[in-house]
Design a protein. Structure first.
Length: 965
């Protein structure tokens, strides 16, 4: 009895109990221990979803729950074919956000089959009333769920939840939580508590990094954490045992190194997950393996406060406090090693964490693919006859310049607000330059992008790049002199496909000699000019193709240009970019200016060479997204990562010789071009024919070039025409608008209150805008009012900009027009008209009731009364009629030339106001429910009640922009 009492009073016991209880309360193992079924363990098919029937089916972000919406006419059936044996838990029900009617709750009707066995038939479910089934699944089993509309459901949102059924996981989690704290407390009381700090942090890192892959708690996560802690404890015991201080010092160093290495991968996974909301995937690892260590670090650009807090908390791992330990252990405790051995055995009973398998499997796949690619390239060089290549005997020279991480959205040539491409802007005005307006990259990582660009394989023909000849193979077989001159690394630490392609060239020069340890450059890209001059100094006969791989705007943008190109450091971001503060935009834009200079110098160098026929082809491997801070990570893909610059320059001699090809190229320059067609473009550029060529439909120098937008895939699985690709759908809708004779009015973007958005809208083709103004003594300040919505621009800034003259219509919504400032407003308008001739271009709108508003009209400006939008909320006809009389009197007294109103007022204006106002008044309206990026924008436009009304002169719509203020 005394022993029991002593045990119950033990400080260690109660510490373990308290820590375990707190951990279990936080972890809620009974709620979060159902592991997801991996997508590789099943195939799913859906039947019944169509335009006529409707319906919806999608997998949620945790990969455990499928949202499913019944069809209008018939049921929707989802069928899972399982590829492995397992027990699963299947739950069906109605999502809690389903719309309910006034009578009762929402309802969805389910039927469930396991193979041919009917498990549920016409089960009616409502929010909070789901049904769960436990199924024993064999490989090849099929589970089908049929979903029908409920009788009282207004908006049907059902769900099917599928998880592994592991009933003992909760108990195991409880057991391992207690075990963890037993090991921890035992070590603290028997060793040195200070040394446990890095061990506990390391354990938590490992736990969270494993947890990130399934977002559910399981026993293996905790067991791996305990394993790390116990092994660390064992090593620590060894470290502090020897009496010789130098031996202890060596062991301490070893311990620090091993602890650091063990925590590196989980540390990166945790940081990446905190920053981007998802763990590292295979595509991310491929991006790392194809580049160098420093780029891999810059690729993980962490900026969230959570990430920095984690770094600060994890610093003890890097500076393990063993250095402060003076006392040593005189006797090793064998229990430490026994516990460690038992935990090692127990841990490997469980599967290896996905954190480890994804990294190791990705590396294995990558190296196998690379070796296969190299072997095939050598084979094509050894057996040139199989390619049947025409011989090139002409005296010609070509530069193929590969830009790095170049986004057309940051180039003034493509409408960017900053003058980042002054040389290209000038070059584009010449007849011998062809600029492609719709070029995209097929991938967001260099190696994958260029392996498709420089081989016969592309995402349309579905050839395997590893088994396809490279353009270098073809040029070598055509007796062309080939050069690869690069400021990139020849070999990353992992090696890559670009190096394998470059090795096929006759001559290779890599001025960056860091050999994969860093993406620092020995020289900036301008240093390549002297190398090119030297290599071509004696070249005067034959055909020469020089591949020039720039460092461009590679990560760590501030290291891509010399100091004299630091043009952007102190700009007022808000005036340019609204409330958005783009990530590292200044150094990125500086790198763009330097890149523009370097390429222009290369064109001058090419033009000076003693050849009549010369051409330059420039494209980028991929773009860069600075808006969401995701760079070019394929696992965080968005469409800003693929829009790249592409253009050509030709000598007069080339144009004379290949006039028909140039004509075809110019005709095709507005069509979509993907950089996985570079192989075909180089064949067309050089005029080389080969058996290993693709169809004429892939060759931009051919009259038959026609790449179907609907067939284009990004990253081999994302549709180019995806509804989320706003840039694409905006362009398509603008093309349709320009050819739509049924729309009688002009359409312009609403609220263009930042200069970045102004340039963006004019680049899209708009020649008119609406902007908000606040008059301040002598200046029209642009913004909606209030500090948050003021851009810092003035109307004069807009008019004086490089796109100011292109604006034929400017809707000025003056927010503070009053009796006491109307004279000054008019005075300023007259001054601006003297300078910029705006009288016939501007449209002055205000909701003022001041009778002095007519002064502006009498001065020759188009004025408009802004109708009160709240009238649309009135239902009483008598009040609507009286409001119309009131507004009509206001309009007549002010003598305005126009009225402007929200589209919700159209019916009131037509029925009540129109009969009692002058018929010569112009009507201007806005409908912000119409968004240019909508796939059904044109259909929605034609459905508007005002769509065919000739009295409407202008319609404002919403055009999305990252620079919207």
């Amino acid at each position: 009895m005394k022993q029991i009492t002593t045990f119950l009073r033990s400080k260690k016991l109660w510490i373990i109990v308290v820590l375990s209880a707190i951990s279990l309360i936080l972890l809620e193992p009974g709620r979060y221990t159902h592991p997801r079924v991996s997508q590789v363990d099943y195939k799913v098919e859906v039947f019944g979803i169509s335009d006529s029937n409707g319906g919806h089916f999608s997998l949620d972000s945790n990969e455990t729950r499928f949202d499913i919406t019944p069809g209008e006419a018939e049921s929707i059936v989802a069928s899972w074919t399982f590829l492995t044996e397992k027990n699963i838990e299947l739950k069906v029900g109605v999502s809690n956000w389903a719309v309910q009617d006034e009578e009762g709750s929402a309802e969805v009707v389910f039927g469930v089959r396991h193979n041919q066995l009917v498990l549920l038939n016409d089960l009616k479910t409502q929010p909070g009333n789901s049904r769960k089934l436990i199924l024993e699944i064999d490989s090849g089993d099929v589970v089908s769920v049929e979903v029908n509309k409920g009788a009282i459901l207004l908006e049907d949102i059902g769900y099917v939840e599928i998880k592994e059924h592991r009933p003992y996981d909760s108990l195991l989690v409880v057991f391992y939580v207690i075990l963890f704290w037993i090991v921890f407390v035992w070590f603290v009381f028997n060793g040195f508590w200070l040394a446990s700090i890095p061990m506990i942090i390391g354990s938590l890192l490992i736990w969270y990094s494993i947890f990130a892959y399934d977002m559910l708690f399981n026993a293996s996560q905790l067991l791996w954490s305990i394993l790390f802690f116990s092994l660390s404890a064992s090593l620590f015991s060894i470290v502090v045992y020897p009496s010789n201080k130098w031996i202890r010092f060596g062991l301490k160093t070893l311990f620090i190194t091993l602890s650091f290495l063990a925590c590196t991968l989980p540390f990166v996974v945790v940081l990446y997950t905190l920053e981007f909301g998802k763990p590292l995937e295979q595509t991310d690892y491929f991006g790392f393996y194809q580049t160098d260590i420093r780029e891999s670090i810059s690729y993980l650009q962490f900026n969230s406060p959570k990430a920095w807090w984690l770094i600060l908390l994890a610093l003890p791992i890097l500076f393990i406090p063993l250095a402060f330990i003076k006392k040593r252990i005189n006797k090793l405790n064998p229990a430490t090693f026994v516990v460690s051995a038992i935990l090692v055995i127990m841990t490997f009973i469980f599967e290896i964490p996905e954190m480890i398998t994804v990294a190791s499997d990705s590396y294995g796949d990558y190296t196998k693919e690379l070796e296969l690619f190299k072997e095939n390239l050598r084979s094509f060089d050894e057996f040139e006859g199989q390619l049947q290549v025409s011989q090139k005997k002409d005296n010609e020279v070509y530069f193929i310049i590969i830009g790095e991480a170049q986004s057309k959205f940051h180039m003034s040539q493509y409408g960017y607000v900053r003058p980042t491409t002054p040389h290209l802007d000038s070059l584009s005005k010449l007849a011998n330059t062809v600029i492609f307006s719709n070029a995209i990259s097929s991938n967001t990582h260099t190696a994958m992008s260029l392996s498709a660009a420089f081989t016969q394989a592309n995402y349309s023909n579905q050839l395997d790049f590893q088994k396809s000849p490279s353009i270098i193979n073809i040029l070598n077989a055509a007796d062309v002199h080939t050069y690869w001159i690069s400021n990139q690394l020849k070999y990353g630490i992992w090696d890559n496909a670009v190096s394998a392609i470059a090795e096929q060239c006759e001559e290779q020069v890599f001025i960056n000699s860091n050999m994969g340890k860093t993406n620092e450059t020995d020289d900036f890209d301008g240093a390549l000019l002297e190398v090119i001059k030297r290599k071509l100094k004696s070249a005067n006969e034959g055909t020469h193709v020089v591949f020039i791989h720039l460092m461009g705007s590679h990560g760590q943008y501030n290291k891509r240009y010399p100091d004299e190109f630091r043009m952007f450091d102190h700009d007022d971001f808000k005036s340019l970019f609204g409330n958005l503060n783009p990530y590292e935009v200044n150094p990125y834009d500086n790198s763009m200016i330097y890149n523009d200079f370097v390429v222009s110098e290369m064109v001058h160098l090419l033009d000076s060479l003693p050849f009549e026929r010369k051409a330059m082809f420039y494209f980028a491997d991929h773009a860069e997204d600075l808006i969401t801070k995701h760079g070019h990570s394929s696992s965080l893909f968005n469409f800003r990562m693929i829009h790249i610059p592409t253009y050509f320059w030709f000598s007069d001699g080339y144009i004379e010789t290949y006039s028909s090809q140039i004509a075809n190229l110019k005709e095709n320059s507005t069509k979509t071009f993907t950089n996985d067609l570079v192989y075909d473009a180089i064949l067309g550029l050089t005029g080389i024919s080969t058996k290993a060529s693709n169809s004429e439909g892939f060759n931009v120098f051919s009259a038959g070039y026609q790449l179907q937008d609907s067939s284009i895939k990004i990253l081999n699985h994302i549709d180019y025409t995806d509804p989320g690709h706003s840039v694409y759908h905006e362009e398509i809708n603008l093309q349709k608008l320009s050819n739509d004779s049924l729309i009688p009015f002009n359409i312009f973007p609403h609220r263009v209150d930042s200069k970045g958005m102004l340039y963006e809208m004019t680049a899209k083709g708009f020649d008119g805008i609406e902007c908000d103004l606040v008059f301040n003594d002598t200046v029209f300040e642009i913004g909606h009012g209030g500090e948050e919505y003021m851009s810092g621009n003035s109307l004069e800034d807009y008019l004086n900009s490089s796109v100011g003259d292109s604006l034929t219509f400017i809707w000025l919504d003056i927010k503070n027009l009053r009796n006491d400032n109307i004279d000054k407003v008019l005075e300023r308008l007259i001054v601006l008209d003297d300078q910029y001739k705006i009288k016939q271009r501007v449209f002055v709108e205000s909701d003022t009731k001041s009778l002095l508003f007519d002064k502006i009209r009498k001065a020759g400006f188009n004025t408009s009364y802004y109708l009160p939008t709240d009238i649309s909320q009135i239902e009483d006809r008598a009040i609507l009629k009286s409001k119309a009389i009131e507004v009509a009197n206001q309009i007549n007294k002010q003598g305005v030339s126009s009225i402007s109103f929200d589209a919700s007022l159209y019916n009131w204006v037509t029925v009540y106001l129109s009969p009692i106002i002058p018929q010569e008044l112009e009507w201007h309206t806005w409908q912000l429910g119409l968004e240019l990026q909508q796939t059904n924008f044109i259909d929605n436009l034609h459905k508007q009640p005002f769509a065919s009304d000739n009295r409407i002169k202008t319609l404002l719509i919403r055009v999305h922009s990252p620079y919207y203020l």
